[in-house]
Design a protein around this ligand. Structure first.
Ligand code: ADP
Ligand code: MG
Length: 232
C-alpha cells in the first residue's frame, strides 16, 4: 500500500448500516458506487448522515453492517486503518484543522513525516503543493495569520501530500465567503483533474453540485431515489 499511483480508485458502499448508541439509526442500508476518477457530490439536510458516511469511507469509523471497498480493499474489514488513511484517502473538512503552532509549510510536511518521507523530499513536496494551491507566499505563516480561505487551501495541500487516490471533502466551502469558496472549489477540481483522483464532496453549495459529474441526496440515512420526471 505504500506506493500509491495517484490514479483514482473505485469506491463501493454496499448495504451499509450505522447507528450510534444502538438506538438511533444514522445510515439505513446505504449503497453507493463511485467510478475511478468520478466526482460525486452528496447533498442532504443537516443530520442526514453525510459526515458519518464520509467517515466510514475514510476509515475513521466502522459500519455496523454492510461493506465498503476502496481500490479493491475492504475498508470495513481492515483491522488497522492507519496505512489506508495515509495512502489511499485524503480528507478536507469544513474546519481546516491545521496545527496552530506550525507554519503552513510545516503543516503540509507533518503529513509527509507521518508517512515516513525523508526531510529533503518533505520540503520539496510541501513547497510544490503550496505552490499548486497558490500559497507559496504564505508558506512561513502560522494558521492564525491566514484568512479562512487561505487556511482551507493549505488544508487541501496537506490532504494531497500523500497522493491519495480518493479525496473526501466534508463541506469544504461551508465556512468561506463566496469568492473564497469559489477559489477553494476551483483548486479542488484542478487537483482532481491533475491527478485523476476520485472526488467525493459533501456540500449544500449549488456551485459544487453544478460541477460534479453526479449529485446524490441523503435524506434521513437513505439515498433519495433518483427523481423521475413525469409531465403532469
Ligand atoms: N459520534 C456520534 N455519536 C452519536 N451520534 C452521532 C455521532 N456522529 C453523528 N451522530 C448523529 O448522527 C446523525 C447524523 O450525523 P452526521 O453524519 O454528522 O449528519 P450530517 O453530516 O448529514 O449533518 C445526527 O443525528 C448526529 O447527531
Ligand atoms: Mg456533516
Amino acid at each position: 500500500m505504500s506506493e500509491s499511483s495517484g490514479a483514482g480508485a473505485e469506491v463501493v458502499v454496499e448495504n451499509v448500516c450505522k447507528s450510534f448508541g444502538a438506538r438511533v439509526p444514522v445510515l439505513r442500508d446505504v449503497s453507493l458506487r463511485v467510478s475511478p476518477g468520478e466526482f460525486v457530490s452528496i447533498a442532504g439536510p443537516s443530520g442526514s448522515g453525510k459526515s458519518t458516511l464520509l467517515a466510514l469511507i475514510g476509515g475513521i469509523d466502522r459500519p455496523d453492517s454492510g461493506e465498503i471497498r476502496v481500490a479493491g480493499i475492504s475498508v470495513s474489514g481492515l483491522r488497522n486503518h492507519t496505512e489506508y488513511r495515509r495512502h489511499i484517502v485524503g480528507f478536507v473538512f469544513q474546519h481546516d484543522l491545521l496545527l496552530p503552532a506550525l507554519t503552513a509549510q510545516a503543516n503540509v510536511e507533518a503529513s509527509l513525516l507521518a508517512a515516513g518521507v525523508g526531510r529533503s523530499e518533505r520540503r520539496e513536496r510541501a513547497q510544490a503543493l503550496l505552490e499548486e494551491v497558490d500559497m507559496s507566499m504564505r508558506a512561513g505563516h502560522l494558521p492564525s495569520e491566514l484568512s479562512s480561505g487561505e487556511r482551507q487551501r493549505v488544508a487541501l495541500a496537506r490532504a494531497l501530500a500523500n497522493r491519495p487516490r480518493v479525496l473526501l471533502a466534508d463541506e469544504p466551502t461551508g465556512r468561506l465567503d463566496s469568492t473564497a469558496a469559489r477559489q477553494a472549489l476551483d483548486r479542488l477540481i484542478a487537483a482532481r483533474i491533475e491527478r485523476g483522483m476520485t472526488l467525493i464532496v459533501v456540500s449544500h453549495d449549488q456551485a459544487v453540485a453544478a460541477r460534479a459529474d453526479r449529485t446524490t441526496r441523503l435524506i434521513d440515512g437513505r439515498f433519495e431515489p433518483p427523481t423521475t420526471h413525469t409531465a403532469t
